[in-house]
Design a protein around this ligand. Structure first.
Ligand SMILES: O=C(O)CCC(=O)C(=O)O
Ligand SMILES: [Fe+2]
Length: 244
């Protein structure tokens, strides 16, 4: 658990997420993002923040100074089963995307299981009951992300795929296609800020602590500033953010 004190980021192997499922998530994600903008905008995020978020739309942290991230992404929240309490998720049309919903739903459920197991281990590492941080999943967001790799003229002065931010929730699980770009800054108040690359390890997930868990642990485990640079290459990633 020293990595959580020093970095707030660590790698997990043997995470229980099947390679074939992971590949399907990437294939479905690519088929959605490759569509023309007007098709994607038909699922523009709704008032519950579920759906498609285009490039240069918004920064998701105050640190970004309101600059838009150059990534495009799609937010899927709890209620993946379409239960009536949560009718807010949006899904691409089943005629053209017959496997999209099922694939995302499977990944959501599998990755939630992994997040819960990691949160149990984190609780045990603090001499707490294994169930101490048990998330109810009501605020979890699954986020397939696409970085186009092309230069985008930003209306908001943004030059990063994802501007420097911390994740605001408990725990984030991140998978990437191996294209570089992700960096962390361990001392956000240091000047100049020192950015370190997060190297890709085949088959491993990158896991990081969010602001909420940093607070729960009285700043012992760190919610570390991170960003994604545009490296001139297309990049896909998938994050799942367990917020409470
Ligand atoms: O795409 C990445 O590598 C990072 C994504 C990220 O930081 C996030 O979803 O919060
Ligand atoms: Fe993040």
């Amino acid at each position: 658990m020293q990595a959580l004190v020093d970095y707030g980021f660590f790698y997990v192997i043997n995470h229980g997420i099947d390679d074939a499922l992971m590949k399907s998530v990437y294939a479905e994600s690519a088929s959605f993002f490759q569509q023309p903008m007007e098709e994607k905008m038909a699922l523009h995020k709704n008032s519950s923040h579920r759906g498609y978020i285009p490039p240069d739309f918004e920064g998701f942290e105050a640190d970004a100074g309101g600059k838009g991230d150059l990534l495009e992404c799609f937010h899927i929240g709890s209620g993946v089963d379409g239960d009536s309490k949560n009718p807010v998720n949006q899904w691409p049309p089943a005629e053209r995307f017959p496997y999209w919903k099922e694939t995302m739903k499977s990944y959501y459920q599998c990755a939630m299981g992994t997040s819960k197991r990691i949160l149990s281990l984190i609780a045990l590492s603090l001499d707490l009951d294994a169930e101490f941080f048990k998330p109810d999943g009501s605020e979890t967001i699954l986020r397939p992300i696409h970085y186009s790799g092309r230069a985008i003229e930003s209306k908001h002065g943004s030059d990063h795929g994802a501007n420097a931010h911390t994740d605001y929730g408990m725990l984030t699980l991140l998978s990437t296609d191996g294209t570089p770009g992700l960096q962390i800054c361990r001392d956000k108040d240091g000047r100049p800020q020192l950015w370190e690359d997060v190297h890709h390890i085949d088959g491993a997930l990158v896991v990081n602590i969010g602001d909420l868990l940093e607070r729960w642990t009285n700043n012992v485990y760190r919610s570390t500033l991170h960003r994604v640079l545009m490296v001139g290459k297309e990049r896909y990633s998938v994050s799942i953010l367990t917020n409470c």
